[in-house]
Ligand binder design. Structure first.
Ligand SMILES: Cc1ncc(COP(=O)(O)O)c(C=O)c1O
Length: 405
């Protein structure tokens, strides 16, 4: 029986996605094949445990699918057998918590990047489990240039002796020096956990330095630059494998979501095709053009630009809050989320807007379209153009680049 109400809501959402320019850097458009696997019969099965060691019968196929996902991820990141891969985390947040849970005791300390500097809630923020169950030490960025200050991180680490140092970010527009952070962690005998959720696609395509030589554990989500299902992966040194596995199940989760795991396998297959590297290169090229054009038009960016797929507009000089700017852009059909800029005191009232290029690049947009989009953003934020007028042009552009759904 058809649920007309829900059916209508989903159709409206397809239309919204079709008719908006999505600049939220943590979002992307998964392929129809991935959506199909996510909605397949694989969802019906319980498989608590791991391949060959399940707590339910009927798992022969699921064992094969999970092993396939692990091996394809190994290939995608070019990893040897000294790395263990767990594809069961439901998403990025439980993946990070499972890692902390496996490596240290409650009350011990973790050190991660502050939210206003670009870190994630699960990197030790006080409202999050990571900041409640563990003693959180937070590092920031230099308030002058917005960059990570590795000397400062080193000083803090030596002084406070955390058991885990987390590198990685949710809103940092520059390359992260995993080597330097790894060195600091080694010096004080801490684990180095690299959360590459945002840049996983760039790392797998060789477009961002890889953390693997310099850390003990890597966590990543599969739905951002990797363009896969909403899910996450933990990759750890082989000698940590049992601890990590036990921490994911039965420590934090129950039955794995087999549809997600199969979709991870498909994502890794899709990302092994030659066009994946050119996609990642275009994501970076588009980000460069977006940053340059915005700056040429007088818009200030945190760190004055970007090395990766995202950037943050600093609105402080424009007499506009992040919330207001987000609303203006949304009225014009451009989605980009409000975000803290370094030094912001309230995450509820941030003074920045975060923009990224993974989703528009999946749609096929290139330099010309990106320049056009940058022009509209500056018209809206600087010249206070009417959003309805811009929306008409946004509609025309979106129609030229239809989604496959
Ligand atoms: C760096 C980083 N880690 C973890 C997460 C959490 O992922 P999820 O929202 O899937 O729980 C995010 C999500 O944005 C992220 O950016």
């Amino acid at each position: 029986m058809k649920d007309k109400i829900l059916d209508k809501l989903i159709k409206e959402e397809v239309k919204r996605q079709q008719k908006t320019i999505n600049l939220i850097p943590s979002e992307n458009y998964a392929s129809s094949e991935i959506l199909e696997v996510m909605g397949s019969v694989l969802m019906n099965k319980y498989s608590e445990g791991y391949p060959g060691k399940r707590y339910y019968p009927g798992n022969k196929i699921y064992d094969q699918i999970e092993l396939l996902a692990q091996e394809r991820i190994r290939k995608l990141f070019n990893l040897g057998k000294n790395w263990h891969i767990n594809v069961q985390p439901y998403s990025g947040s439980p993946a990070n918590l499972a890692v902390y849970f496996s490596l240290i005791d409650f009350g011990e300390s973790i050190m991660g990047m502050r939210l206003d500097a670009g870190g994630h809630l699960t990197h030790g923020h006080r409202v999050n489990f990571s900041g409640r169950a563990y003693k959180a030490i937070q590092y920031g960025v230099d308030l002058g240039d917005g960059l990570l200050n590795y000397d400062e991180i080193e000083r803090l680490a030596e002084q406070r002796q955390p058991k885990i140092i987390v590198s990685g970010a949710t809103a940092y527009p520059r390359e992260i020096d995993f080597k330097k952070i790894g060195k600091i962690a080694r010096r004080i005998g801490a684990y180095h956990v690299a959360d590459i959720s945002h840049i996983a696609g760039l790392v797998s395509a060789g477009e961002h330095p890889s953390p693997f030589n310099d850390c003990d554990v890597v966590t990543l989500t599969t739905h951002k630059t990797l363009r896969g299902p909403r899910a996450a992966i933990i990759i750890c040194r082989e000698d940590l494998a049992d601890r990590i596995d036990r921490s994911v199940f039965p420590g934090i989760q129950g039955g794995p979501h087999n549809n997600q795991i199969a979709a991870i396998a498909l994502m890794a297959f899709q990302n092994s095709q030659p066009d994946f590297k050119s996609y990642q290169k275009q994501v970076l090229k588009n980000a460069q053009i977006l940053a340059e054009t915005l700056q040429d038009k007088g818009i200030k960016l945190v760190t004055n630009g970007t090395d990766n797929h995202l950037m943050i507009i600093d609105l402080k000089s424009l007499d506009l809050s992040g919330k207001e700017a987000e609303k203006i852009l949304e009225q014009a059909g451009i989605t980009a989320n409000r975000n803290s800029v370094p030094g912001d005191m309230s995450p509820q009232n941030p003074s920045g807007i975060r923009l990224g290029t993974p989703a528009i690049t999946t749609r096929g947009m290139k330099e010309e379209e990106v320049r056009q989009i940058a022009g509209w953003i500056s018209d809206l934020l600087l010249k206070k153009s009417k959003p309805v007028a811009v929306k008409k042009q946004v509609d025309i552009l979106c129609n030229k680049f239809p989604l496959e759904y």
